[in-house]
Design a protein around this ligand. Structure first.
Ligand code: APR
Length: 262
């Protein structure tokens, strides 16, 4: 399929485009999924760049950059303490569960996620590559001691930032801050997956942040195709063989249902 498709609601179109995406996944294996914050908004977690996103309220360079953390770690934790509470209280939504089902059916090889919320794993996905780290642990920048999320949550009780139990320094969340390198093993694995995918399905990402936003180009350069499920435009819409402008929690369950008998 070479012609570009743009499908919009009403619901008939959405159903038709979900069927078309199901067919594309069935025919173009292996399929790798690349997710962004948009797959978790229906779990109550705000994204970053939509109108109601976090970066409309917080300056990422002040609250989510390595330089800001080194300059004022307590200020960065004033953003991350409530954020960790939201992430740990959130539950996987139908989009996460549909992707786990597609992996169980053998139709999704892996999920490369920019999200740090652990919701793909909690939904049952097994092959998840967290290219921006996660809230699973936090590490002491002074002595290197690593603490699990449960311990970080305890250390945050009655404190504005978690102090390292071993040396007292303020812990850093094991998420990738702006100005920080991505975990080499994760981005290498994600790049390999993108190069060997015959279909890369992007779900809920504006594709604005590199190097992850370059992964779809790796797939296309290697002869694969790109499909997008995203509310609103992405930076690579003009390279997509299929684009569905809709909510991930509505579209993906229809795709999984269409492939259930696969
Ligand atoms: N269904 C589909 N798309 C959605 C939904 C939804 N329910 N909710 C939001 N979206 C779309 C938004 O319209 C937006 O286009 O998802 C996209 C999310 O884009 P961003 O907010 O830029 O999030 P993301 O692409 O994950 O950002 C990448 O930037 O700030 C850094 O580290 C941060 O990992 C993040 C990276």
């Amino acid at each position: 399929m070479n012609s570009k498709r743009v499908w919009f609601k009403p619901s008939y179109d959405l159903a038709m485009s979900a069927l078309e995406l199901a067919e594309l996944i069935r025919r173009r294996q292996p399929c790798v999924v690349l997710t962004g914050a948009g797959v978790s908004t229906e779990s109550g977690i705000p994204d970053f760049r939509s109108r109601t996103g976090l970066w409309a309220r917080f300056d990422p360079l002040e609250y989510a950059s390595l330089e800001a953390f080194r300059r004022d770690p307590r200020k960065v934790w004033s953003f991350y303490k409530p954020r960790i509470a939201v992430l740990t209280e959130a539950e996987p939504n139908p989009a996460h569960r549909a992707l786990a089902e597609l992996e169980r059916l053998g139709l999704v090889e892996a999920i490369v996620t920019q999200n740090i919320d652990l919701l793909h794993e909690r939904a049952g996905s097994r092959n998840v590559v967290e290219v921006h780290g996660s809230i699973r642990t936090a590490t002491c920048p002074a002595c290197g001691e690593r603490q699990p999320l449960e311990r970080v949550t305890e250390l945050l009780e009655g404190a504005d930032a978690p102090a390292c139990p071993a040396c007292g320094e303020i812990l850093k969340p094991d998420v990738v801050f702006f100005g920080e390198l991505l975990p080499a093993d994760a981005i290498d694995r994600a790049t390999e997956l993108a190069r060997t995918a015959r279909l890369l399905l992007v779900v809920g990402s504006a594709l604005e942040v590199y190097p992850v936003a370059g992964l779809p180009l790796e797939t296309i350069a290697a002869g694969g195709e790109l499909a997008v499920v995203n509310r609103g435009p992405t930076a690579l819409d003009d390279r997509a063989a299929l684009r569905i402008d809709g909510a991930a929690g509505e579209v993906l369950p229809q795709v999984a249902a269409a492939l259930a008998g696969y």
